[in-house]
Design a protein around this ligand. Structure first.
Ligand code: PLP
Length: 366
């Protein structure tokens, strides 16, 4: 049995009528940028995420960069980021001209380790950017306490964790202003690029509303040097169809993870995801770790099982960041995670038979 790494079939097929209707509604409205669909989606996503304000933007990277700009973080400021994350987290800090200060993750969860943050704080530190990697919430209570003690801002990167929470409070509602992505493969995905910031702070929300739209509130009156980073009406209308189904998709992802755990628990040399006390995991990705990553991946490919590596090279070793002059050995935990991680198939609609087929293929390795 072949199991693709990702399939949208089960998510989209039952919604195809509603998605088509949403498309027709936008087509007929003759209004395609910043209108009623974006406004309604922002309200609906705020209710879902337990925040006062959502501001739709063009993508997740822009959401993070605009969040930093709204906080007026820029050159000379230091921002603490995880040493292992998708590079977008780092790029947002670089885009605003601030200095990246990487902090190592907890080996067990792959998430930023709150116990290592204090040692990285200097007089120039302005913010901490926790990333809820793979869909697991970071230990937000400790991170928020640290931020309060040192008077720092917190910007959550919630691109992979829509619907997760820590101690019952949603990710994306802890930080002063947070970013998320609705890239198609994310847990809540548009049919193209889309993203948003979430915040309880009306002043910060308003700053992003102005920045996303050419620095303007009133057409052709520009108060600040802005950007064009708007969520369009079509993507907002499609996201409004999908948002109500997200809790059911999350439930399915968690069921699939439970099956994996049941089927893979005693495979030697294979470390399964572990969830920190108080955290929920919404399994954007189901990531296992093995010293024989290349061998296992090749073996699974031969058996028709799709896998990917998230991510093979940590940001500090990317060519893009060679100017930071960091090298192998600077962030050994991030490097070890990058060398051993393998993402197994995970998509709403996967059945227990799919999981069993993946497990059988893994067990037949060696
Ligand atoms: C996807 C992702 C982003 C960027 O989102 P885009 O919409 O692709 O710009 C940022 N951070 C993390 C952790 C992501 O997974």
């Amino acid at each position: 049995m072949n199991v693709p790494f990702l399939s949208f079939e089960a998510q989209h097929a039952p919604l195809s009528g509603a998605l088509t209707q949403a498309f027709t509604r936008v087509l007929d409205s003759q209004w395609y940028v910043l209108g009623e669909e974006v406004h309604q989606f922002e309200r609906e996503y705020s209710a879902f995420n337990g925040v006062a304000h959502t501001v739709g933007v063009a993508n997740g990277l822009d959401a993070l960069a605009l969040a930093l700009r709204a906080l007026e973080i820029g050159p000379g400021d230091e921002v603490i980021v995880p040493s292992n994350t998708y590079i977008a987290t780092w790029l947002a800090v670089t885009q605003v001209g601030a200095t990246i200060v990487p902090v190592e993750p907890d080996l067990a969860t792959s998430n930023l380790d709150p116990d290592r943050i204090a040692a990285a704080i200097t007089s120039r530190t302005r913010a901490i950017m926790p990333v809820h990697l793979y869909g697991q919430a970071c230990r937000m209570t400790e991170i928020m306490h640290l931020a309060a003690d040192y008077q720092l801002f917190v910007i959550e990167d919630n691109a992979q964790a829509q619907g997760a929470g820590f101690n019952g409070k949603p990710t994306g509602s802890y930080g002063h202003i947070n970013g998320t992505s609705f890239y198609p493969g994310k847990n809540l995905g548009a049919l193209g690029d889309a993203g948003a910031i979430t915040t309880d702070d009306e002043r910060l929300a308003q700053k992003v509303r102005v920045l996303r739209n050419y620095g303007s509130q009133q057409k052709y009156y520009n108060e600040t040097i802005g950007f064009n980073s708007r969520l369009d009406e079509l993507q907002a209308a499609l996201l409004r169809v999908k948002l109500p189904v997200l809790p059911e998709w999350t439930r399915q992802r968690q069921q699939i993870a439970a099956w994996y755990e049941q089927y893979l628990t005693d495979v030697s040399g294979l470390r399964l995801p572990s969830v920190a006390a108080g955290a929920t995991h919404v399994y954007h990705l189901y990531v296992v770790h093995t010293p024989d990553r290349a061998g296992l991946q090749q073996h699974l490919t031969r058996h028709g099982i799709g896998t990917l590596v998230h991510y093979p090279i940590p940001p500090h070793l990317q060519q893009a960041y060679q100017s930071l002059q960091l090298s192998v050995g600077n962030f050994p935990i991030a490097e070890e995670l990058a060398a051993t991680c393998l993402s197994l198939p995970m998509w709403p609609g996967m059945s227990e038979r799919h999981v069993a087929a993946v497990a059988t293929a893994i067990r037949s390795h060696q």
